[in-house]
Design a protein. Structure first.
Length: 247
């Protein structure tokens, strides 16, 4: 789990290639943590996002020290769905911190769905976690905070793919997509595995591939016009080269 690196401009911040499968507005979360940080105190209210790689919570209170948290599937254990008689259904479990995730330790959490949908969300969460764990390497990945810019995500980022692999997503229970102006994306891919292999950390590059990527990075991408990429023109030859041709 990592703190305060999954939100931007009042919306959610995801990785390149990561998809939002479920969006739910009406979540309450509480923590019982070994960490001394004040971020875990009290009950938080906000929005939940189930993605192809993790569960994300965004706080609605802009003054809270905890603005967002991210729980990759491989860091979750002891997940259970609870259905009390007189209270709202909730999901509980245990999450462990990621290296470089702005906190250290372990925390037990409870997620209440005040508008319903806890069972469906929990079942989809369990299934997504099972699929992601199949792609987990023996050595857990090391989290690193992306340093690049982010931009408004294109529509595929917040709609589940129409393939049998994603048939477990309860779209009838959660038909609402997040606001299009509230989803932002890093250029970097997820540093840990997800449901499929389409989006994951890139493999090691050769020197030629690194040089090609460096050249491509000089191009300008406009997220409002994603079909066009503007590449700067080559620099003119130095004056000395022009003089030699004219001699």
């Amino acid at each position: 789990m990592s703190l305060n690196n999954s939100h931007a401009n009042g919306g959610v911040l995801i990785y390149s290639g990561e998809r939002i499968l479920i969006f739910h507005d009406g979540l309450e979360v509480s923590f019982d943590s070994t960490s001394p940080l004040p971020h875990f105190k009290g009950t938080k209210k906000g929005r939940a996002y189930l993605t192809t790689h993790r569960v994300i919570f965004n706080n609605k209170n802009p003054k809270d020290t905890l603005q967002s948290f991210s729980m990759p599937f491989f860091k979750l254990t002891d997940l259970k769905l609870e259905q009390p008689v007189f209270n709202a259904n909730y999901i509980k479990g245990t999450v462990t911190s990621e290296q470089g995730g702005n906190w250290e330790g372990q925390a037990k959490f409870k997620m209440w769905f005040t508008n319903g949908g806890a069972i469906e969300f929990g079942q989809a969460m369990l299934r997504a976690g099972q699929l992601a764990r199949r792609r987990m390497t023996p050595q857990p990945p090391v989290y690193s905070q992306p340093t690049g810019n982010y931009y408004q995500a294109p529509p595929p980022a917040y709609t589940p793919p129409q393939t049998p692999l994603y048939g477990f997503v309860p779209t009838q229970t959660f038909p609402t997509a997040p606001p299009s102006d509230g989803v932002f994306m890093y250029d970097a891919p997820p540093p840990y595995p997800g449901i499929d292999s389409a989006a994951s950390a890139p493999p090691p590059q050769t020197a030629a591939e690194s040089k090609a990527q460096e050249a491509a990075s000089s191009a300008y991408y406009n997220p409002t016009n994603p079909h066009n990429v503007y590449v700067p023109q080559d620099a003119p030859p130095p004056y000395s080269a022009v003089s030699k041709k004219n001699d």
